[in-house]
Design a protein around this ligand. Structure first.
Ligand code: SF4
Length: 192
């Protein structure tokens, strides 16, 4: 078992070309953290069987509840995404933080558009994507951010500190003993 913080990260943030449009994303923070944390990567949309590239999906508020749909195919992905999300999260032995991709109807932590109809251009409200919703429900006390929020240095520092506390890093009651301080990740230095 690693002594580094364990962070679940959206796979498209530099680990694989898995976005709907096949575009690659590089993320500086992910690169900076690579030696200090243990990443568990996940692409919920690929995990439920969607290919790359793929027609975009979006959230729709139906009478029956919030749905995840793919307008180009008419497929309702809600059941598959909810089942995958909770199965994946329940399979984690330990997690200290989540770093997810912004604006995604799956991974977005907040402010993802929700439409009354798939053909609408204007959303009726905004909220977390489906995978992020499951994270927020299952792990309400684990630090979670999207990559754009962590461009704010103050917010990044708070997130990094909260992630580090999850591993008993100095400053917490369950802090590392003198004998295993070398397990402490050097991530504070990133929040310059
Ligand atoms: S935002 Fe999430 S679902 Fe979309 S490509 Fe990235 S990891 Fe996959």
């Amino acid at each position: 078992m690693t002594c580094k913080p364990i962070i679940v990260v959206s796979r498209c943030l530099g680990f694989a070309v898995c976005r709907w449009n096949g575009a690659a994303i590089e993320n500086r923070l992910v690169k900076d953290l690579a030696n200090s944390v243990e990443f568990i990567t996940v692409c919920p949309e690929c995990e439920i069987g969607l290919g790359v590239p793929r027609p975009p999906i979006l959230m729709v508020q139906k009478d029956s509840g919030l749905a995840l749909v793919q307008p180009a195919t008419g497929v309702d992905l809600t059941g598959r995404m909810v089942a995958f999300s909770y199965n994946f999260l329940d399979s984690l032995d330990r997690v200290d933080g989540f770093l997810l991709k912004r604006k995604s109807p799956s991974c977005g932590v907040a402010n993802v558009p929700i439409f009354a109809d798939p053909d609408d251009e204007q959303p009726i409200e905004k909220g977390p994507g489906f995978f992020a919703r499951a994270v927020l429900e299952r792990f309400p006390d684990i630090p979670i951010e999207d990559e754009s929020c962590l461009e704010d240095l103050s917010r990044r520092e708070k997130w990094l500190t909260a992630v580090a506390k999850g591993r008993g890093i100095p400053g917490t009651q369950s802090g590392f003993s003198e004998g295993n301080r070398d397990c402490a990740p050097g991530i504070y230095g990133l929040a310059e």
